[in-house]
Write a protein that binds this ligand. Structure first.
Ligand code: SAH
Length: 372
């Protein structure tokens, strides 16, 4: 490489977005493509990749592993659910767990993952650890996809200030041929296919140097069923769990019940409000009194349709307003949350005031007026 040309580049190479963000974006794109449910990040360090991945709605299980507990613990609290997660529980379930241990050791908690990411990890491994790594990740964990990224040493001359390695903890840095031959051999041994790519484009005229970060994406060639994995591979637990967060989810009956009760009351209140305003409007007309009258806005139009088509009319009797459960059930959000009418009845039983036959939500107008 021409020394002057090279020196010129070392002054200006600055990745935008920064390289670590490009690596994380690469993983996110892969998650969006393959939609894995269970993802493990090996060598997760300060959990920044996990923090990004928890927003991918397909993921239900996220795990991090690192040999350095202190670096993981620094920001692990940022993986905890936020108040908004409790106020509006998500439809998916999500569990985030952090383990302290080495990728050179097998632990049953690492079984059953769909995607395993090893971002800038392998170059931190001592030789004996690197030797055990393929058997642990590809032989034991055996996920459908493994992503491995590592520095490409051919790019180093273009980076300012890099003498031997990019980081003092690196035990080696491979050129493209070295990484590819290790990856191809690993893939062959454990029945995976591998494709190479990278992030951090080389400058024009320096394409031969390759990407600054080289990446191998490994895809398992043989099928594997989740249930059989655990029993086939008995191993003792060696990792220490240092963090676990179970996010509130509508899959959990107690959060579903709260969400359904709030939605039922909210829907019933709106219907009641419309009914009361119509009631006031037509108050003197005995023909129209107590009847719901459709108006121009879409909520009322929708209600009007239900009333006409399905005879699910809310009505007033004495000081009570009755809003049929069937009417409330036909509203999309209530319907989606409960699935069946029976489930709606079960979830609100004893929690919402109903008519004596249980067919309608009941409000006392007098009582409400007093409160107002
Ligand atoms: N993946 C992160 C950080 C990479 S730095 C990122 O993309 O930003 C490498 C990390 O691997 C460090 O946190 C280091 O503690 C961890 N590590 C090194 N050897 C390990 C081993 N044998 N098992 C698990 N983690 C290890």
């Amino acid at each position: 490489m021409d020394k002057n040309f090279q020196e010129e580049f070392t002054q200006i190479i600055k990745f935008k977005p920064p390289l670590y963000k490009q690596r994380h974006q690469f993983v996110k794109d892969l998650v969006e493509k393959y939609k894995p449910k269970k993802v493990a990040d090996l060598g997760c360090a300060d959990c920044s990749l996990l923090r990004m991945l928890k927003f991918c709605s397909c993921i239900e299980v996220l795990a991090g592993l690192d040999i350095c507990a202190s670096v993981m613990k620094e920001k692990m609290h940022t993986l905890s659910p936020l108040p908004v997660d409790y106020l509006q529980p998500s439809e998916r379930s999500l569990t985030v767990t952090l383990h302290h241990g080495s990728v050179a050791q097998k632990d049953p908690c690492m079984l059953g993952f769909d995607l395993v990411t090893c971002i800038e990890l392998i170059e931190h491994l001592e030789e004996p650890e690197l030797k055990k790594f393929p058997e642990v990740v590809f032989g034991f964990m055996a996920p459908s996809i493994v992503v491995i990224s590592t520095p490409n040493s051919e790019f180093n001359p273009l980076l300012p200030g890099v003498m031997l390695y990019r980081h003092p903890d690196h035990k080696f840095e491979w050129n493209q041929a070295q990484f590819q031959s290790w990856a191809l051999e690993t893939a062959r041994c454990y029945d995976y296919s591998v494709e190479f790519t990278g992030v951090g484009q080389p400058p024009t005229g320096m394409e031969k140097a390759g990407f600054c970060t080289q990446i191998g994406v490994f895809v398992r060639k043989y099928p594997q069923t989740g249930e059989s994995v655990q029993s086939e591979k008995p191993t003792e637990a060696v990792y220490k769990t240092v963090f676990k967060a179970v996010y509130p989810s509508l899959k959990d009956e107690k959060y579903l019940q709260n969400a359904v009760i709030s939605e039922v009351i909210f829907t019933a209140q709106i219907i009641k409000h419309r009914l009361m305003s119509k009631h006031e409007e037509y108050g003197d007309d005995p023909e129209r009194k107590s009847k719901f009258q459709p108006s121009m806005d879409c909520f009322s139009d929708y209600l009007g349709k239900l009333v006409v088509e399905k005879n699910m009319e809310p009505f007033v009797s004495g000081n009570e307003i009755y809003i049929p459960l069937a009417t409330i059930f036909s509203f999309p959000k209530v319907n989606r949350l409960c699935g069946t009418f029976e489930k709606l009845r079960k979830l609100i039983a004893g929690k919402v005031t109903l008519s004596s036959d249980g067919s309608a939500v009941m409000f006392n107008i007098e009582h409400e007026n007093e409160e107002n």
